[in-house]
Write a protein that binds this ligand. Structure first.
Ligand code: NAP
Length: 413
């Protein structure tokens, strides 16, 4: 059975405690500042396309709040954006990032429900990785008093996506079984915690071996991603599972479908397998595409299987689903206040350390969520590290494939 509660690692607790002194509602920003720092992606490609630059200070429009950002979430999707490995990529240069939290600094005209000084978290359609953001109130939520900024930045995207897949799409109920890939990641841990809020759920988790000691209590059965997990799961549950959450795509799609029980639901919500090297690989893209089992509705009818897809960002920003998301967020905040869920934070990074943070996800090193802490000073640079604040330019180029980021300390201690 999935274990109760949401224990944090000592490391997470330490990092959050360390940041506790920074919490508060004092808005210190110089109201006349004309510029702010932001991470900019100069073009699609490798880590060398990222830099921190000064940008014009945004001002809130009708129905928007201006937020002095404290922390931002770094997601696997941000790697895919950096590589240009997404549908309809926007034009570069751009400021990446889909979620952040901070303190409301001012509000635009006709903006209701928020006041200066409110501690908030927000979804952004890009532009989150900056000292200041402006966004419509439809995508903004008040933080519970006891929630730290590092937690808030780790909360929105992962928990809302996990909740909607489990409860809105797959209708998770008592006694069901769930298979989740990347179980040690940010979404994976949100899935595991939410499953523990329903009685008698069996969670099959797949993750890299070195994470097992840290996350074994969060799932019922844990398998190394390099083992034949289909056979292992069938040994325990010969009929298969009720829900498969697949963020890998490619060869895992067919395997996952073969594990579904009659009336079971398979949800595709990511394509991590498409990321192989530092830059986009057409070969990996094509391989994933070809390996996806072609869906035949007649076969689904015969086998009684449900296939679904889920994209929170499309739901929010392209399909007008923000009211539904708001109601889900209210339920999640209530679970947080009842101490039934709590985001697992892997590590905190300065904006200037964004390359190292991304490298950590590439290297499969994270257990839980990576956070960009806007007030954190970067770890001192070693000689020849060129991660820097640039006032000059978003179009600056560096040679492809530089590995300067590896000169920094990989962890925050
Ligand atoms: N559709 C949506 O609304 C939505 C929302 C949020 C996230 N997602 C998707 O959910 C997945 C997880 O996202 P997340 O932000 O929580 O990230 P995450 O799980 O924290 O991501 C990192 C982990 O993914 C695993 N992984 C699998 N393939 C990988 C690869 N090719 N390169 C590096 N790591 C790989 C690694 O864990 P192991 O080595 O342990 O497997 C790694 O530690 C992603 O596919 C993301 O796009 C979708």
């Amino acid at each position: 059975m999935a274990k109760e509660g949401a224990d944090m690692t000592e490391e997470t607790q330490y990092m959050i405690d360390r940041n506790a002194g920074k919490e508060g509602v004092i808005v210190e920003s110089p109201s006349n500042a004309k510029e702010m720092r932001a991470v900019v992606l100069a073009g699609f490609g490798g880590l060398n396309k990222l830099r921190v630059t000064k940008k014009a200070m945004p001002e809130p429009q009708n129905g928007e709040v201006k937020i002095r950002v404290k922390a931002c979430g770094l997601n696997f999707l941000d790697l895919m954006v950096r590589q240009g490995n997404i549908d309809n990529p926007p034009k570069t240069p751009l400021v990446p990032g889909f979620e952040c939290c901070g303190i409301v600094e001012s509000v635009g005209e006709n903006t209701h429900g928020f006041e200066i000084g409110d501690r908030v978290m927000a979804f952004m359609n890009y532009n989150a990785w900056a000292e200041v953001v402006c966004t419509p109130v439809d995508f903004v939520y008040k933080m519970p008093d006891e929630m730290m900024f590092a937690e808030a930045a780790a909360f929105s995207l992962n928990f809302v996506a996990a909740y909607m897949m489990l409860f809105e799409v797959a209708k998770l109920r008592e006694g069901m079984s769930v298979l989740v890939h990347s179980a040690g990641g940010a979404v994976g841990q949100a899935v595991a915690q939410l499953c523990s809020t329903v009685p008698n759920i069996t969670v099959f988790g797949i993750a890299s071996c070195f994470k097992h000691a840290s996350i074994k209590d969060s799932v019922t059965h844990l398998f190394d991603r390099n083992t034949d997990y289909i056979q292992e799961i069938k040994k325990i549950s010969p009929d298969g599972v009720d829900i498969v959450l697949d963020c890998l795509c490619g060869e895992n799609t067919g395997k996952s479908l073969s594990l579904l029980k009659p009336l079971g639901t398979y949800i595709l919500y990511g394509a991590s397998n498409m990321v192989t090297g530092e830059t986009r690989s057409f070969f990996s893209f094509a391989k994933s595409w070809w390996q996806v089992e072609k869906v035949n509705p007649i076969k689904l009818y015969e086998e009684n299987k449900v296939i679904a897809g889920f994209s929170l960002l499309n739901l929010l920003f392209k399909q007008g689903g923000y009211n539904l998301v708001k109601s889900v967020m209210n339920k999640l905040l209530s679970l947080y206040e009842q101490k039934k869920i709590r985001p697992l934070v892997d590590s905190l990074w300065a904006l200037e350390e964004v390359k190292e943070a991304m490298q950590r996800i590439h290297d499969r090193g994270n257990i839980g969520k990576l956070i960009l802490d806007v007030e954190k000073s970067p770890t001192p640079l070693m000689a020849n590290d060129s991660t820097e604040t640039s006032e000059a330019g978003e179009e600056e180029e560096e040679p492809e494939g530089d590995n300067d980021s590896k000169e920094r300390m990989p962890f925050i201690h």
